[in-house]
Design a protein. Structure first.
Length: 257
């Protein structure tokens, strides 16, 4: 009898939690998360300059690989405020994207891009085989379970046109400042992603010429204090320690179909 009563209590709690969660206004959360990103991610202008430095050359080279009279399609998965879409548009791509947050998808729509409010996997499943010429997925993989993103990557490989470019970016696990501090500022982060896992994942689903690229070392006043210690140490030891602590903040996996 006691077990039956406890089972009823547990079911009641579970039902109450689900009902309470479902009664929350999803738009309120969307607006809250956008305010969080606007404070801690950096301005749209800053992110746009950063993405231009990182990816414009590669996007332009990919664009030029395809026939001039062919419409080239670019998709940004988890497009946020639309900075990557703006970059792709400046190169010449027809831009498309998706984001599960209403405030994010509407922000990109306001910039004139073809964007849906929908989860990434559902969005990809609507696309035709070999229909996209470039796909980016920036700072998404760390937000979702591993099996889910594995399915995302399989879909990316399916919808990518031969010769197309894939870009997946995430915080750099191998920099301690990022992995032990900045990563956990975002409450929606699921787990840090090892760069070599990203590379293996891209290769395993069928992408070729897969490479890792690191960007933007940490700029912190603490580095100056560490430099004083480094002056008394051997240079190789100091360099290794400094890079471990204050190395590149982001790492990207790039691959071709």
């Amino acid at each position: 009898m006691r077990n039956k009563i406890q089972a009823i209590i547990n079911r009641t709690k579970s039902l109450w939690i689900r009902c309470s969660y479902q009664s929350c206004d999803a738009n309120d959360w969307s607006q809250f998360y956008m305010r969080f990103e606007n404070r801690f991610r950096g301005s749209a202008e800053l992110i746009s300059r950063r993405l231009t430095d990182r990816y414009k050359t590669r996007l332009a080279a990919t664009f030029e690989k395809f026939p001039k009279n062919e419409l080239k399609h670019f998709v940004d998965l988890g497009c946020g405020r639309g900075e990557m879409l703006e970059l792709a548009k400046s190169v010449g791509f027809a831009t498309h994207g998706c984001d599960s947050l209403a405030s994010a998808s509407s922000a990109s729509q306001d910039l004139g891009h073809d964007v849906l409010q929908i989860d990434i996997l559902s969005y990809l499943k609507q696309l035709d085989n070999n229909s996209q010429h470039a796909i980016s997925c920036l700072h998404v993989i760390e937000h979702v379970p591993a099996e889910y993103f594995w399915k995302v990557m399989k879909e990316c490989q399916r919808v990518m046109a031969p010769g197309g470019l894939l870009i997946v970016e995430t915080p750099n696990l191998q920099t301690l400042y990022v992995a032990a501090r900045q990563f956990y500022l975002d409450p929606t982060h699921h787990q840090p992603i090892h760069p070599e896992y990203m590379k293996f994942l891209a290769e395993d689903v069928g992408f070729k010429q897969v490479e890792l690229m690191e960007f933007d070392e940490v700029q912190s006043p603490d580095r100056a204090a560490l430099a004083k210690v480094g002056a008394a140490a051997s240079k190789p030891e100091y360099t290794k320690l400094e890079r471990w602590l204050y190395g590149p903040m982001d790492v990207a996996c790039l691959g071709m179909k």
